[in-house]
Design a binder for this molecule. Sequence first.
Ligand code: NAD
Length: 471
Amino acid sequence: MTVYPLLIAGQPVRTETSDAVVDPATGKLIGFAARAREAEVDAAVDAAASAFPAWAADEAGCRAVLAAAAARLRAHESEIAELLTREQGKPLRQAVAEVTHSAGILDAMARFERQPESFAADAGRSVQVIERPYGVVAAITPWNVPLLLLFHKIAPALRAGNSVVVKPSEHTPLSTLRVVELLAEVFPPGVLNVIAGGGITGALLASHPKVANVSFTGSVATGRKIATAAAANFAPVTLELGGNDPAIILADAPIKDIAEALFWAAFANSGQICFAIKRLYVHESRHDELVRHLADRIDRTVIGNGLDPATELGPLTVTAQRDRVEQLVAEAEQGGARRVGGGRPLAEGNFLRPALLTHVDPASRLVVEEQFGPALPILSFSKVEDAIAAANDTEFGLGASVWTADAAAGAAVARQLDAGLVWTNSHMEVFPGTPKGGWKQSGIGYEGGRWGYERFVRAQTALARPAPSAN
Ligand code: NAD
């Protein structure tokens, strides 16, 4: 069975211990990831620190390398996508899209223009504000969208002139290890390094005194630990954390026509998307109709191994996560909720059929916590102010949407939603170049476009006067 090595200073590194990675659709072993401990974390950070000055000094070279990296990803798209599906579970066409999109982010950053600011000179002074990289950036990623979230971090970090140490999730490390190995052909040694392991490895990296900037996507609890660890070194952090996104369906919404979009916004990737719809508030006059349409769509959903082209929803990636979703659904039912759909559709693997929960207690954990799986509580309202208040009554603030035939009413509701992303008649849609970031406990900072790039540069004000003349 293959042991996927770390990549440090351009060289594959095998370690004494490794972690098994299992296919969530079959429960079968796929391979092993070499596990980094302190020595490898130090070696990776040192390699990145050594490579940093030359990389930062060669902007044209950096842009060419990013474009070459995009081409290399595309050339290996099917191999990478298959590995991603096997370790994460998502349907293969979505894994292919993830690789394509990752290459697109690299290309966009290769084309990205810096915008140095010049101030009008006076009395012989020239003043410029210059964007400078930090040095070594740590990029720590989760298991639900391993590659796309990785490239959202490393493409702008590298474009800004930083060197990077990547730490993927212990549940889905193989696609990241393989991608960085493939990219070793285009990056100068040490500019892009990858180490694998769990929370211990991640904590060693986030707290490393030579790491100057930390970019993390994952849970709120881990984000808090990372922010604390990085604070000791005054390393700035970007945290893309959990969500509990509400969607509000107004009385005039064309239910039949939006049901398909709502289904995918809630259940794509089997609900394992940070800004999937996780709570649905529907006007009481349309409740039953909405439940009927969604229930019908769930009945028709093809659930199976992501490698099967017919599959619409794959397994949950992590068995403990599947168990947690089941537990939250069971608790809601014990509290009086009625379940439509749900259950385990297949004998093996971490599969769950999407579930709708009606008549739910708004205080139940399924509503209050981030369930991160295919279970959707549906709550009804009579006054839109109550729906807005309920939507905002959460520690999270990642995304939120309103669905209506009336554009003005939609805009009025959207303005009152406390979230970094708000949509009208859409959800989860990301427009290229715009910032994506959570409010409240959902994070700090942004990814995407100029806003994402700016997380990896610091300002340097350069004031110059001519030398005083001798006479
Ligand atoms: P997680 O927090 O358990 O793990 C994320 C990463 O952090 C993994 O690589 C893990 O090994 C590492 N880690 C764990 N403990 C650490 C520590 N003490 N120090 C440093 N690193 C440590 O999250 P997860 O379960 O992999 O991912 C699911 C979560 O990610 C959900 O909450 C989801 O909402 C969130 N998420 C957010 C976004 C976003 O853009 N806001 C996107 C995707 C996922």
